[in-house]
Design a protein around this ligand. Structure first.
Ligand code: GDP
Ligand code: IMO
Ligand code: MG
Length: 426
């Protein structure tokens, strides 16, 4: 059986921490999409670690970690990350496996990402500039190099062909970048990658399923950044939703079990694009400061705002979410008044549905107000400890979504999480 854990907002919901917490219940943890644009934070032996390419189960020795075919893989980032985890005693040759159909990010993809963003001017997406968009374009354009190609004797010829094409495209953008240094580290990283466990991912995972192993598919980014259903064009280039698990790993839908959605107790977004509940005032500043809302990959300040139930309900619908983990509840300890968006007023009309496009639409959130609580959530270690005002906040959300919130995370550490079954009362 394959359970899925993914982000329900615009990324950075705390997926890394929650996967690390759930890891002991699984034998396999697999990434199925995204690439080094992801930044998943976890704490190992009290030390903060941010993972970009490697699944968040890597610090559990007995767990098999798989980078699935739906991922775009930057060999340079992977090598650095392998060295990082090795410092914690992890032997990636024992518990990390890479699907041979995984597409590779080459240095010119990064240059193309930059060129594309520059050409968009004020309309730029706010990409992490890791080469994600161009790499997925080469996949769907049927030009990409894949991990399995690294083992071919003519790999260098294939690389040269792709490089020439990319340089022509960069010429059209009139964009110049000295990629020689990037190429040197790329080829060094490719040599390293070839020494790792490269497998046929689809047979690998299906054999694990057949053997009765419990598998967790770890999402990257968030549902509102999905290339089909997110706030297009301000999205990433992969299917971040549960449907992406099947194509991103090579498994059939009947093997999917629980779909665990992770949401913050409020909302953040990094990069450009619409964000209806964004706060531009002091409260937004406070959320950023108290929540340490700065990008794990790029260090950019995250935009902050109130919980948006229109977007969250939509995300739960398209993912088939069966349970929710709410993170960063402790950050709200510091506020006297909280708001939750229950509907949008779109061009004067109230709706609970996501409009086709948020960017060109006049949207204002309609809020429900909540009183803050006097006892810090951060100090609670069971449901019975939680203040009534927080329970009221929680109940409003579960009733609206009709999905249980089964865990409340109240701090960044692995053990800072409360198990709860706040079932909908509606
Ligand atoms: P991911 O991309 O979804 O894995 O999330 P990130 O790692 O980019 O960002 C989440 C941030 O919140 C990280 O700094 C985590 O250490 C931190 N975090 C996760 N859960 C909690 C929580 O419940 N409370 C607090 N205060 N911080 C948390
Ligand atoms: P995790 O897995 C938050 C955002 C970027 C940009 C848009 C497109 O840590 O939650 P891309 O580099 O994919 O071309 O950028 O998506 N973005 C993320 N935002 N968390 C992430 O990953 C993100 N990955 C991409 O900021 O707005
Ligand atoms: Mg992140």
């Amino acid at each position: 059986m394959v359970d899925v854990l993914l982000g329900l907002q615009w990324g950075d919901e705390g997926k890394g921490k929650v996967v690390d917490f759930f890891a002991p219940r699984y034998q396999v943890i697999a990434r199925f999409q995204g690439g080094p644009n992801a930044g998943h934070t976890l704490y190992v032996k009290g030390e903060k670690v941010v993972l970009h390419q490697i699944p968040s189960g890597i610090f559990h020795e007995e767990i098999t970690n798989l980078i699935g075919n739906g991922v775009v893989l930057d060999p340079v980032t992977l090598k650095k990350e392998c060295e990082k985890v090795a410092a914690f005693g992890v032997d990636v040759r024992k518990n990390l496996f890479i699907a041979e159909r995984t597409n590779i990010i080459v240095p010119t993809h990064r240059a193309l990402d930059k060129a594309s963003e520059l050409s968009k001017g004020a309309e730029k997406i706010g990409s992490t500039l890791k080469g994600i968009g161009p790499a997925y374009m080469d996949k769907t354009g049927r030009n990409a190099l894949r991990v399995g190609d690294l083992l071919r004797s003519d790999f260098n010829t294939l690389y040269e062909k792709l490089r020439t094409k990319h340089l022509q495209m960069l010429g059209v953008y009139q964009f110049e970048e000295d990629i020689a240094a990037w190429e040197a580290e790329f080829f060094e990283a490719v040599a390293f990658l070839k020494t790792l466990n490269i497998v046929n991912g689809e047979y690998f995972i299906n054999q694990q399923i057949k053997a009765g192993k419990k598998i967790l598919a770890e999402g990257a980014q968030g549902s509102m950044l999905d290339v089909d259903f997110g706030t297009f064009p301000f999205v990433t280039s992969s299917n971040t939703i549960s449907a992406g698990v099947c194509t991103g790993l090579g498994i059939a839908p009947q093997h999917i079990g629980e779909v665990i959605g992770v949401t913050k107790a409020y909302c953040t977004r990094v990069g450009g694009g619409p964000f209806p509940t964004e706060l531009f005032d002091e409260t937004g500043e406070e959320l950023r400061k108290i929540g340490h809302e700065f990008g794990a990959t790029t260090g950019r300040p995250r935009r902050c705002g109130w919980m948006d139930l229109v977007a969250l309900h939509y995300a739960c619908m398209i993912n088939g979410v069966t349970q929710i983990v709410m993170t960063k509840s402790d950050v709200l300890d510091h506020f006297k008044l909280l708001q939750i968006c229950k509907s949008y007023r779109v061009n004067g009309q109230e709706t609970q549905q996501m409009p086709y496009q948020l960017s060109d639409t006049d949207i204002s959130p309609v809020y429900e107000n909540f009183e803050g609580w006097d006892k810090p959530i951060a100090s609670c270690d069971s449901m019975d400890d939680l203040p009534e005002a927080f329970n009221k906040y929680l109940r409003y959300i579960t009733d609206y979504l009709d999905i249980p919130i089964t865990y409340i995370s109240n701090g960044p550490g692995r053990e800072q999480i409360i198990h709860e079954k706040t079932t909908a009362t509606a």
